[in-house]
Design a protein around this ligand. Structure first.
Ligand code: UT7
Length: 333
C-alpha cells in the first residue's frame, strides 16, 4: 500500500439562522403559491439571517467554533481557512480573515473563493491539495452565503429560491487513503450572462443609477441555467464515476448542491442511484449557494460510515460545475 498522504475529512459542522421564511410567507410578498414553489423547485422554507450588522462571517465563525469543539482542537491549531462565498461581508478584505478573527483562529491565514454554487467544491479541492502536499496538517474549508442580502424580494422568479446558511469541515492528513480521492472541476465564462450580479464590481461600480435599476441583486435567467445545470451536474458526476471505474452501486451517497429538486433527481438518475442514497434538504433550507454541500454532510453525519464513498456535485453561476469523490474517514459523529 502506498503511503501517499490523502486529505481526510475529520469533522463537519453547520450553522443555520433561526428565522424561517416559508412559502406561505412569500405568498404574502409576491404573486406566487406554495404549490408552484414546491413543484418547480422542491423548496418549502428557507432560513434568513436577521439583525443589524450581520454578515456571512457571523454564520461561518460559529460553524468554525463548533467544528473545533467537535474535533477537540483549539482554533489556534488551524493553519488555513478557505471560505467559499458570493456574499462576502465586504468586497475586501476576505471574509475568511474576519472569520479567523471572530473564531480565534489566530495562527491561520485565510482567503475567499468565488465560484458561486460550486465554490465549496473548488475550495475543498484546493484545501485537499494543500494537505496532500504535506505542508499543512489542519485546513478548514467553509461555504457560507447570506443570500438574503442580494435577493430582490419583489422578484418572484428568484426570491423563492435562496436562503442563508454556512457549513465547514476540517481536512487532516490520512495515510490510509481516506478523504478526497478525485475532483473534476469545470468552468465556462460564456455562462456569465445568465446568473450574476450586474453591478458593484469594477465593470459597473455602484452608483445611484445601479441602485435605481436594482443591479445589486441576483439576476438569473432560470430556464437557461436550469438546462445547463441538469446536463452539467449529471455529466460531470457520471464522468467522475467512469474515470474511477465506479458505478452507482459503489456509491453510498450523492451529496448534491441544492438548487432545484428536479436537477438533483436528474443527476441521481444518470448515476443510477436510488432516492435513498441522495441527501436532500432543499425543502428546509432552499438554495444556500456555497453552504448546501457542507450543510448536507453535517445533517447526514450520523449515518455516514468509515469507507463510504460519496460523490459531491454542484453547478452554479459562472458557469461553474464539478464533482468530487470522497471516501468517508469515520463512523457517525
Ligand atoms: O444554484 C445556482 C444555479 N441555479 C439553478 O440551478 C436554478 C435553475 N433554474 C431553476 O431552478 C428553475 O428555472 C426555476 C425554479 C427558477 C423556475 O422554474 P421553471 O420551471 O424554469 O419556470 P419558468 O422560469 O419557465 O417559469 C414558468 C412560469 C412563467 O410564466 P409564463 O411565462 O409561463 O406565463 C413564470 O412567469 O412560471 C412563472 N413563475 C412563477 N409563478 C409563480 C416564475 N416564478 C414564479 C413564482 N410563482 N415564484
Amino acid at each position: 500500500m502506498s503511503n501517499k498522504i490523502t486529505a481526510a475529512i475529520t469533522a463537519v459542522n453547520g450553522y443555520v439562522p433561526e428565522d424561517k421564511l416559508t412559502n406561505f410567507d412569500l405568498e404574502k410578498i409576491v404573486e406566487t403559491t406554495d404549490e408552484w414553489i414546491r413543484t418547480r423547485s422542491g423548496i418549502e422554507e428557507r432560513r434568513i439571517l436577521k439583525g443589524e450588522s450581520k454578515g456571512t462571517s457571523d454564520m461561518v465563525a460559529p460553524a468554525l467554533t463548533g467544528l473545533c469543539e467537535k474535533r477537540g482542537i483549539s482554533p489556534e491549531e488551524i493553519e488555513c481557512v478557505i471560505v467559499a462565498t458570493v456574499t462576502p461581508d465586504m468586497v475586501f478584505p476576505a471574509t475568511a480573515n474576519i472569520v479567523c478573527h471572530k473564531a480565534g483562529a489566530t495562527n491561520a491565514f485565510g482567503f475567499d473563493v468565488s465560484a458561486a454554487c460550486s465554490g465549496f467544491l473548488y475550495a475543498l479541492t484546493m484545501g485537499a491539495a494543500m494537505i496532500e502536499s504535506g505542508r499543512y496538517k489542519k485546513v478548514v474549508v467553509a461555504g457560507g452565503d447570506k443570500m438574503s442580502a442580494i435577493v430582490d424580494y419583489t422578484d418572484r422568479t428568484t426570491c423563492i429560491l435562496f436562503g442563508d446558511a454556512a457549513g465547514c469541515l476540517l481536512l487532516e492528513p490520512s495515510e490510509n487513503g481516506y478523504g478526497i480521492k478525485d475532483s473534476l472541476l469545470k468552468s465556462d465564462g460564456q455562462g456569465s450572462d445568465y446568473l450574476k450580479m450586474k453591478a458593484g464590481g469594477s465593470l459597473r461600480p455602484a452608483s445611484h443609477e445601479t441602485v435605481d435599476n436594482k443591479e445589486h441583486y441576483i439576476y438569473q435567467e432560470g430556464k437557461t441555467v436550469f438546462k445547463f445545470a441538469v446536463k452539467g451536474m449529471a455529466d460531470v458526476s457520471a464522468e467522475l464515476l467512469e474515470r474511477n471505474n465506479l458505478t452507482g452501486d459503489d456509491i453510498a451517497w450523492l451529496v448534491p448542491h441544492q438548487a432545484n429538486l428536479r436537477i438533483i433527481d436528474a443527476t441521481a438518475q444518470r448515476m443510477g442511484l436510488p432516492a435513498e442514497k441522495v441527501m436532500i434538504n432543499i425543502n428546509r433550507y432552499g438554495n444556500t449557494t456555497a453552504a448546501t454541500i457542507p450543510l448536507c454532510l453535517w445533517e447526514w453525519e450520523d449515518q455516514l460510515k468509515k469507507g463510504d464513498k460519496l460523490v459531491l456535485a454542484a453547478f452554479g453561476g459562472g458557469f461553474t460545475w464539478g464533482a468530487t469523490l470522497v471516501e468517508w474517514a469515520y463512523d457517525g459523529k
